[in-house]
Design a protein around this ligand. Structure first.
Ligand code: ATP
Length: 326
């Protein structure tokens, strides 16, 4: 019998979990699991619970938005354990879940959490902290944590867009020296994202065009500060047309990247406030998160070179079987 810890944020998103809670627990039990249930009581509670539990759980399943997933994964990284994490997304945008093909339907997601396949996904280390899929600063990046929870619950994704639109008229810019894998850039930037997701703030494919989840590299997007409205227009056009590099946009792949600035810059980690820093070092902790995904999608998510070696191994095994027959 599998022993699972099921942590959920009762306040997440539009409260979609509550009416399905009993069916989800029933599915866990019917799948042969013994379930310990824990509704989070406050901010950072999921992090504390995961960091400190002493039982031997086979899977830690969490339900909530990106913030709850971030807390559970950070807790897991800090306890140094490699217990697989299952995720039932009930937030407003659920960027990372969408990227990993975790179903929107809560019962299907619950099924993937306990009956799916483990996928070994990259994780970001941000100074002493961790993030699951994005660390960012600048334009729009504080939107998700500054949008009031009641407004998010009521309006869902629209709240993000409305809050975002208000910001176009007031753009802060930061002078930053960026060092990555032996290269460096120094410039004024209005936006930076270091990501391991193909969707961010609900915008699919605007960032993270070529993200592979287990290749040990992040996709970094840096947007230079526009000097006038015309330059601003060019940036918006480049972003909307998914252009990868232009005079204003750098798109980089990096395993390790550091940022140094004179002033402290507010960062967001997985959509929640991550603190203000003048020095940040981000490292890709390759394949350190074991996350449960639907069985039929697990192979699709594996980065190409790994796929090739898995295929080779499978063919070798087949050859050996053939040899045994003769
Ligand atoms: N009982 C609680 N009371 C208040 N805050 C809580 C409680 N449980 C969890 N939280 C906090 O709520 C924050 C937001 O949670 P979460 O990301 O799960 O939902 P969301 O914000 O609705 O979703 P999304 O991130 O997709 O917008 C997290 O930082 C979490 O620590």
């Amino acid at each position: 019998m599998k022993k699972i810890l099921f942590i959920y944020n009762p306040n997440a998103g539009k409260g979609l979990l509550k009416p399905k809670l009993s069916d989800i627990v029933d599915l866990f039990v019917k799948s042969g699991c013994e379930v310990v249930i824990y509704p989070t009581q406050s901010y950072h509670d999921a992090y504390k619970k995961v960091k400190r539990y002493e039982e031997d759980y086979d899977i830690v399943v969490c339900s909530g938005g990106d913030g709850t997933l971030d807390e559970v994964v950070t807790g897991m990284m800090k306890r140094g354990g490699k217990t697989p994490v299952g995720y039932i997304p009930t937030g407003t945008t659920n960027d990372f879940a969408n990227s990993l093909h975790i179903p929107k339907d809560l019962l299907s997601a619950a099924d993937a959490a306990v009956n799916g396949k483990p996928f070994h996904c990259d994780i970001g280390q941000f100074n002493d902290d961790y993030f699951v899929y994005v660390a960012a600063f600048g334009l729009f990046t504080d939107v998700s944590y500054q949008t009031k929870q009641e407004m998010k619950n009521m309006l869902g994704h629209l709240a993000y867009v409305m809050e975002g639109a208000k910001r176009l008229f007031d753009i802060p810019s930061y002078h930053v020296r960026v060092e990555y894998d032996g290269n460096d850039i120094e410039d004024d930037f209005v936006f930076c994202s270091v990501t391991n997701s193909r969707s961010m703030g609900g915008f699919r494919n605007m960032f993270g065009h070529e993200v592979e989840f287990d290749d040990g590299e992040f996709e970094v997007t840096l947007v230079r500060s526009p000097k006038n409205l015309l330059e601003m227009q060019s940036i918006v056009t480049s972003l909307m047309s998914k252009e990868k590099n232009s005079d204003y946009i750098y798109n980089i792949k990096a395993r390790e990247i550091s940022f140094e600035s004179l002033e402290e810059i507010p960062w967001t980690l997985d959509g929640e406030f991550g603190g203000e820093f003048d020095k940040v070092r981000i490292q890709n902790r390759q394949q350190e998160l074991c996350i449960m995904v639907p069985e039929e999608k697990a192979y699709e998510l594996i980065h190409h070179p790994y796929k090739e070696s898995l295929k080779r191994r499978a063919l070798e095994e087949l050859d050996e079987e053939e040899e045994k027959k003769f």
